[in-house]
Each structure stands twice: as structure tokens, then as C-alpha cells.
Design a protein. Sequence first.
Length: 223
Amino acid sequence: MATDLHELLRSLRVWDPKVTDLPSFEPDTAPATPLPLFTEWFAAAVAAGQTEPHTMSLATSDESGLPDVRIVMLHGADADGWSFASHTGSRKGRHLAARPYAALGFYWPVLGRQVRVRGPVTAAPSEEAQGDLHARSTGALAAALTGRQSELLPSLDDLARASESAWERASREPGAPVPSWTLYRLRAEEVEFFQGDERRRHVRLRYRREGGGEAWARELLWP
């Protein structure tokens, strides 16, 4: 029997108390800047057993302003911004070359928490991108060496051959350069923290950078 999608959707619930702990969140006690709170929430998600807490949605737009989104991995977050990586010739790389502005979305359902970040994006120096890549696993280097991200693929056999060659080189040459590999940094202009509530009184705290400087305004949003 075929699956009834709408019936299946109506049967689902969020934040099952058997697997979800909705902690309290007092925005009045939040730090003056967003990075310490992000670090605290990230650590809490890890401690709570959230699967792959370092994955995030990355939204970009093309030259015409049409949006696109995908899941990528967070490479770091510090005073310079939130970092992720890709090839310059990938779809996201082309988007960022045309419109260097993006948004990130983290969701940690085990705690009913979201974090949204948006702002301009710049590329880190090449040597920094290569250092970041070579500090990662052999598989990460092999994937980068495979290249051709977002290009048309003739067949899965072509992928298998290219990947096997890339794995062999990555194992043999762990410092192999990948010139197209780019480390991007998003300098946040807005960061929103969302804490879910079982009675739908969700707490939303937004940090907004003032005047492009280092000062932040904090404001609550209706859920």
C-alpha cells in the first residue's frame, strides 16, 4: 500500500519528552556578545548526545537572487566569524563569488534549540584553507582531491574511479595541495538564539551588530 504522506505528517510530533529535554533560557542573563552563548549551546548539544551537532544549513543566492540551501560542516567559530569550506567552482562557491552574503541555520532537536546566523562572507587566505584541510581526515582530503563539485557526473563508475585515485593520493601524500579548496568566513551581522517551549512560548533572542562595529544590540522576538 502506498504511503499517505499527509497522514504520516499528521502523526508526527516534535520534542518527544522521552528523547528531548527542553531547558529553560533566561535571555536577561545572556552574554553581551553572541559567540560565548553559541559556544555554550554547542557544548550543551554535544553533551546531550545530539547527532552531528556541527552540521548546519547554509543558504546562499545566485546572481539572480534565487535562493539555495544545503547542509555543510562548521569548521570553526571565533572573533573572525563562522567558518565553512568548499571548492570555489562549486555551486555555493559561485554563489558567494557573485553575492558574498549567506545565512546559517543550526538545529539541535535534543534540546529544542536553533541558532540562526547571517552576514557577509569572505575567503580566508589560501594557506589557511590548506592548513585547515590538511588537519582533517584522509577522507576529507580525498573528497577535496576528487574535486569537480557540482559539475555534471556522467556515471557512478566515473565517480568511483576518480574517488579511488583521490584516496590513493591522499594516503600517499597527506599534504597534497587542493588550490580550489576555500575556507569561507561569515562575519555575523545578526545571530538569533531560539529555545523551544512545550507550551509554544518559545524564547527568541536576537543579537544585532550596531553600525558595523563590535557592539551588539540584544532584542526579544515574538515566537
